[in-house]
Design a protein around this ligand. Structure first.
Ligand SMILES: [Fe+2]
Length: 222
């Protein structure tokens, strides 16, 4: 894993009605600008994602902009096992976020959904992903049935699309000797919205909010 972070700095956590950049980097600003233009020009999520693929591939390939502070496991994680979800950027309205998910070696996320269009890609390390689909009527809390539909290995630079309900439920595991870091571009404030955590072995679903390691959600004590 590269440890360089170039000219990037961890930015001030501006709270309120402005866009929040937790990392100050021209690379990041350029990328978010391209995403905002695609959102304005392309209402169809599938076409928007296709248009964003080259810019996302470039962001994944550039090891200069993500600071060391946002590459660390996080002991107080909402996902357990030291998994750190760090906010990198979110829009004032909550219609777009970019976050970095750090999985210590061997850690596995809960089975969870995202509830928004997005791109998820490996920034460093490697992961295995299990994709599920829901078989019941979609309740938020209580009995739920999901089945595994796909399993894939992801190496650095590889990424996939989320277009709910397609591919929206998954679990990922770090499969390298070291931590893995994936970048999540999502059309919502994914760390702060209420979504779902599944227990396939027990046929249960629970309300789930992952939170960010580096910024409280609006309804959390700061
Ligand atoms: Fe996920």
């Amino acid at each position: 894993m590269s440890t360089g972070h170039g000219s990037a700095d961890v930015g001030p956590a501006a709270v309120g009605s402005a866009d929040a950049y937790m990392v100050e980097s021209p690379v990041l600003r350029t990328f978010i600008g391209a995403v905002r233009r695609a959102m304005a020009d392309e209402p169809d999520p599938s076409r928007r994602l296709r248009r964003l693929r080259p810019a996302f591939a470039e962001l994944l390939a550039d090891q200069t902009w993500l600071p060391e502070e946002l590459r660390q496991p996080y002991a107080a994680s909402g996902m357990g096992q030291g998994i750190g979800q760090y906010l990198v950027y979110k829009s004032a309205s909550g219609d777009l976020s970019l976050s970095a998910l750090v999985l210590p070696a061997g850690a596995t996320t809960p089975v969870h959904d995202h509830l928004a269009w997005g791109l998820v890609g490996m920034y460093s390390g490697a992961q295995t992903e299990w994709v599920y689909r829901r078989l019941d009527d979609g309740g938020d809390d209580g009995p739920a049935r999901v089945e595994e539909v796909e399993r894939r290995a992801l190496a650095a630079g590889e990424f996939y699309e989320l277009l709910p309900p397609e591919g929206d439920i998954h679990r990922v595991r770090a499969t390298d000797d070291g931590p893995s870091i994936s970048l999540h571009l999502l059309g919502n404030d994914v760390g702060c919205v209420w979504r779902h955590r599944f227990e396939p072995e027990r046929d249960l679903v629970h309300p789930f909010r992952s939170s960010y390691a580096n910024r409280p959600c609006a309804s959390e004590p700061g």
